[in-house]
Ligand binder design. Structure first.
Ligand code: C2E
Ligand code: MG
Ligand code: MG
Ligand code: MG
Length: 292
C-alpha cells in the first residue's frame, strides 16, 4: 500500500481521505510534527525527452505518511499547510530533501539532471524565500542552474510586485522558473508575457484531451509554436499512453512526464529499477544507453 501511494497520491482513490473538522485538527497537529521532524519525504518523477525517451530531469513531489491514515495526498496536505502557515518550513524541508535525493541519483548516474520543485504562491511573496533557497543550495551542493521552481498559474494570478521580485531574484542566482498546470485555470497569454518563465508545464487534463480532440491538437501546435518564439520550453504532464507520448513528441514538446515513462518514486526505487528488469523507458532514459 505504501509503495503504490508513493507513486500516485493524487486523486488517490483508496488512499484519499475526506476531512471532517475534528479530524482536520488532528491531521494538522500531525502535519506540524511531520514538518518539524523532517518526516516529509519526496518522490521523484522523471522528466523525459520525448523523442529519445532519455531522462533529463526529475520533479520532486512531496509525500507524507501519517500514522493514522497512511499516505496523505499532497492535494490534501499542501492546502492544509498553506492555510495554517506551515508552508515556509514545509517548502524548505521539501527543497532540501529533493536536492539531497536528486544528488544521490546524479551521483549514481554520473551526469547532471535538472530538478524541479513546486512552490506555493505564499512562498514567493516572502522576502526570505530566495535566501532560503540559496542556503539549501549551498548546504546540499545542488547547482542553482539545475534547479527549476514550479509555480502554478493560480498563484501567479495574484502576481504581485513581491512575487515578481522573487522570480527575478531567483533568476539572478541562476534558478529557473516553470509555470505549472498550464491549461487548467484561467490560462492567459498575458501570463506568458508577465512572468519571464523558462518552462511551461501543460496540465495532465490538456495532454489527455489532445488524443481525442483535434481542436486541442491545434491548440497544442499553436502553443508550442508560441512558446518557441518566446524562448519557453514546453513540458507535457500526464503522458499516460503510447498515443500521448507520440503526440507530444510529434508536436515538438521539449519534455514529457507521466506514468507512461515512469511514476513518481523514491530515489532508492528509481536507482533499483536500473538494476532490475525495469520499465523499458525508465532504464533506457536513465542510463541513456538503451537502444530502441
Ligand atoms: P503537480 O505539480 O502538477 O504534479 C504532478 C502531479 O501529477 C503529481 O501528483 C503526479 O503524481 C501526477 N502525475 C504524474 N504523472 C501522471 C500521469 O501520467 N497521469 C496523471 N493523471 N497524473 C500524473 P501529486 O504528487 O499527487 O501532486 C499533486 C499536486 O500537489 C502537485 O501537482 C503540486 O501542485 C502539489 N505538490 C506536490 N508536492 C508539492 C510541494 O512540495 N510543494 C507544493 N507547494 N506543492 C506540491
Ligand atoms: Mg509541479
Ligand atoms: Mg503540474
Ligand atoms: Mg498538474
Amino acid at each position: 500500500r505504501a509503495e503504490s501511494a508513493l507513486h500516485s497520491a493524487k486523486g488517490g482513490g483508496r488512499n484519499c481521505i475526506r476531512l471532517a473538522a475534528p479530524e482536520d485538527a488532528r491531521l494538522l497537529r500531525a502535519l506540524r510534527t511531520a514538518v518539524a521532524t523532517s518526516s516529509i519525504q519526496v518522490a521523484l518523477q522523471p522528466l523525459v525527452d520525448p523523442t529519445s525517451e532519455r531522462t533529463v530531469g526529475v520533479e520532486a513531489l512531496a509525500r507524507w505518511l501519517d500514522d493514522v491514515h497512511g499516505w496523505v495526498s499532497p492535494g490534501v496536505f499542501i492546502p492544509l499547510a498553506e492555510k495554517n502557515g506551515l508552508v515556509p518550513d514545509l517548502g524548505a524541508a521539501v527543497l532540501e530533501r529533493a536536492c539531497r535525493d536528486a544528488g544521490v541519483l546524479v551521483a549514481h548516474l554520473g551526469r547532471p539532471l535538472m530538478l524541479t520543485v513546486n512552490a506555493s504562491g505564499g512562498e514567493l511573496v516572502r522576502e526570505e524565500y530566495v535566501q532560503q533557497v540559496a542556503e539549501v543550495l549551498q548546504r546540499t551542493g545542488w547547482p542553482a542552474h539545475d534547479l527549476v521552481i514550479e509555480v502554478t498559474e493560480s498563484s501567479l494570478e495574484a502576481a504581485s510586485t513581491a512575487t515578481m521580485a522573487t522570480v527575478r531574484r531567483l533568476q539572478e542566482v541562476g534558478v529557473r522558473i516553470a509555470i505549472d498546470d498550464f491549461g487548467t485555470g484561467y490560462s492567459a497569454f498575458s501570463q506568458l508575457d508577465a512572468i519571464p518563465a523558462e518552462y511551461l508545464k501543460l496540465d495532465t487534463s490538456f495532454t489527455a484531451a489532445t488524443t481525442t480532440s483535434p481542436r486541442r491538437r491545434a491548440m497544442l501546435s499553436a502553443l508550442v509554436g508560441l512558446c518557441r518564439d518566446l524562448g519557453i520550453k514546453v513540458i507535457a504532464e500526464g503522458v499516460e499512453t503510447p498515443e500521448h507520448a507520440a503526440l507530444v513528441a510529434e508536436h515538438g514538446c521539449d519534455l514529457a512526464q507521466g506514468f507512461y515513462f515512469a511514476k513518481p518514486q523514491s530515489v532508492g526505487d528509481l536507482i533499483a529499477s536500473l538494476d532490475r528488469v525495469p520499465h523499458r523507458t525508465t532504464q533506457q532514459g536513465l542510463t541513456g544507453s538503451g537502444s530502441p
